[in-house]
Design a protein around this ligand. Structure first.
Ligand code: PAF
Length: 290
C-alpha cells in the first residue's frame, strides 16, 4: 500500500492508472476507521482494479462551534485497517495541501440541505461537496462508496454527481451496527457508559416505525410521535430532529406513499448521534437512489 500525501503525486498516480485502463474505486473518509468503513472498502476492493481511500478531516465542513479540533484521529490504526483491506493507495493530505490558499471558488449545495442535519449545520454540505469535488478530480474514480447512515450526505452527493456530470457510479451501502443495533460511528467514543447503554434506542425506535408502516400506518405525524415517545422514554438525550421525508429528494410528505426516510438525530452530552431507516410504503427496505 502506498501512502500519498501530496496533490501532485495523487494526480500522477491516478492519471497513470487511468491511462492503463484500470477501474478506480474510491472511499472518501475522515479516518478513525471502523467496521462501517471496512464494509465500504471491502465492497470497493471486490469491484475495482484499483482501490483508493482518503483520510482527510475536512475543516470546511465543520461549523465554528463544532468538533473539528476534537474530531477523533488515529493515523496508525487507520493505516493498519487500510492495509488489512487491500487498499492500493491511502491519500492522507495535510490541510495545507488541500487548501493552500483561501478558495476563490467553492461549491454550494442548494437542494436537499434545508432539512435533517443540513438545517442545524449551515454550510456543512457546502464543505462536503467542495472537498468531494476536489477529491473526485484528484482520484478520478469510476465508483465511489458511501454509507447510508449518512443518508443526507448520500442524497447530496447524488446531486453533485448528476448535476456536475461526474462520470462516477455512486454506491450506497447499508449501515453497519453493533450487536445491540447501535449504528457504528467514529463519534460513538464520546458516549458515557450510561449513554452507550441508551444509544441502541435510536435504532429500536426506527424498527418501531417500520412495524407501524408494515401494519399499514400512512400518517407521518403518527409515526414521528411514536419514535419521539420511544426515544424520550428510553434515553436522556435531547432530540434534535425526527423527520419523515421522501428519499432521495428529501421533500416533505403528507402520506407514506413512496420510498421514505425516517431519520433521527439525538444530542447526548458529548456526542450527537444520527440514524435512519429507508422504507417503501409496505414497510420493506431496499434503498434506491432512483
Ligand atoms: O462522511 C465523511 O466522512 C465526510 O463527510 C466525507 C465524505 C469524507 C467528506 O469529507
Amino acid at each position: 500500500m502506498q501512502i500519498i500525501k501530496t496533490v501532485s503525486s495523487m494526480q500522477d498516480y491516478t492519471l497513470k492508472m487511468k491511462s492503463s485502463g484500470n477501474d478506480i474505486g474510491f472511499v472518501p473518509t475522515m479516518g478513525y476507521l471502523h467496521e462501517g468503513h471496512e464494509s465500504l472498502l471491502q465492497k470497493a476492493r471486490e469491484e475495482n482494479d484499483i482501490l483508493i481511500a482518503s483520510i482527510f478531516v475536512n475543516p470546511l465542513q465543520f461549523g465554528p462551534n463544532e468538533d473539528f479540533e476534537k474530531y477523533p484521529r488515529n493515523e496508525q490504526h487507520d493505516i493498519e485497517i487500510a492495509e488489512k483491506n487491500g487498499i492500493d493507495v491511502l491519500f492522507m493530505p495535510p490541510v495545507e495541501e488541500m487548501y493552500p490558499r483561501e478558495l476563490g471558488i467553492t461549491i454550494q449545495a442548494v437542494d436537499r440541505i434545508d432539512v435533517l442535519c443540513g438545517k442545524s449545520r449551515p454550510g456543512h454540505f457546502d464543505g462536503v461537496v467542495t472537498v468531494l469535488t476536489k477529491l473526485f478530480h484528484l482520484t478520478l474514480p469510476d465508483n465511489v462508496y458511501f454509507g447510508i447512515k449518512d443518508a443526507q450526505q448520500v442524497a447530496v452527493v447524488d446531486r453533485l454527481i448528476k448535476d456536475h456530470n461526474f462520470p462516477i457510479q455512486l454506491h450506497m451501502l447499508e449501515t453497519i451496527r453493533e450487536e445491540d443495533g447501535l449504528a457504528k460511528s467514529s463519534r460513538n467514543v464520546y458516549l458515557t457508559e450510561q449513554e452507550r447503554n441508551e444509544a441502541p434506542s435510536l435504532s429500536k425506535s426506527l424498527q418501531l416505525a417500520q412495524e407501524k408502516i408494515f401494519d399499514g400506518e400512512k400518517n407521518p405525524a403518527i409515526i414521528v410521535n411514536e419514535v419521539k415517545n420511544y426515544i424520550n422514554t428510553h434515553t436522556t438525550g435531547k432530540i434534535d430532529y425526527i423527520e419523515i421525508l421522501r428519499f432521495p429528494s428529501l421533500k416533505p410528505i403528507t402520506e407514506v406513499d413512496q420510498q421514505v426516510i425516517i431519520a433521527v438525530a439525538v444530542q447526548f452530552s458529548q456526542a450527537r448521534l444520527i440514524d435512519n431507516i429507508i422504507l417503501m410504503p409496505d414497510g420493506t427496505s431496499s434503498p434506491v437512489l432512483g
